[in-house]
Design a protein around this ligand. Structure first.
Ligand code: SF4
Length: 187
């Protein structure tokens, strides 16, 4: 049921021309994972590998994310992963405000269908768009925020860990806390 609803939006998304990013995309990158997931991960935008494959988090960052999920006994069956932008910005530049405004409706619809217990923003750009505009990833990662029906947190973007492996202990601690929080919510 949820899968059918998501597929309907995916079809719309594939034909979307609401912002200039449609001109340079190879594929829209809609999302992956379990439509019944209790945890929704949100990143900022697809990169090169994601654009080529039409799936989020499939490059080196995605492999690292998989390792952290695995380390706390979670898999793609337990989570859903999507981005704010469904098309890749050229040269992986940061998303522009008008692109985010044009695209955010798809994410809102995904959220309405999936209705997760927890939202986890991947990196500072997703965190300041989804959680709060003054979000500081180095200070605020791992903290919990309640917004409408959802409990939210943010962790470092996996690509930040590839650049700075010293952040990996913090990332592990945040993933353990996310798993614990989910167990608490499902009690
Ligand atoms: Fe449409 Fe979003 Fe792609 Fe822009 S980024 S063309 S709004 S799907």
């Amino acid at each position: 049921m949820k899968e059918t609803e998501l597929n309907k939006i995916y079809e719309e998304c594939k034909n979307c021309t609401a912002c200039p990013l449609h001109q340079s995309r190879t594929n829209v990158v809609f999302g992956k994972g379990n439509p019944d997931a209790k945890i929704l991960f949100i990143g900022e935008a697809p990169g090169q590998h994601e654009d080529e494959m039409g799936l989020p988090f499939v490059g080196a960052s995605g492999k690292l994310l998989d390792k952290y999920l695995d380390a706390v006994d979670l898999s793609l069956d337990d989570v859903y992963i999507a981005n704010i932008l469904k098309c890749r910005p050229p040269n992986n530049r940061d998303p522009k405000e008008d692109e985010e405004q044009a695209c955010i409706g798809f994410l809102r619809q995904q959220l309405e269908i999936i209705r997760p217990k927890i939202i986890v923003c991947l990196g500072r750009i997703a965190a300041y768009k989804i959680i709060k505009p003054d979000f500081k990833i180095t200070q605020d990662h791992g903290k919990w925020f309640k917004k409408s029906d959802y409990l939210m947190t943010a962790v470092y973007h996996p690509s930040a860990l590839l650049r700075d492996p010293r952040k990996r202990d913090d990332m592990m601690a945040d993933f353990i806390a996310i798993k614990d929080k989910l167990a608490e919510l499902l009690k």
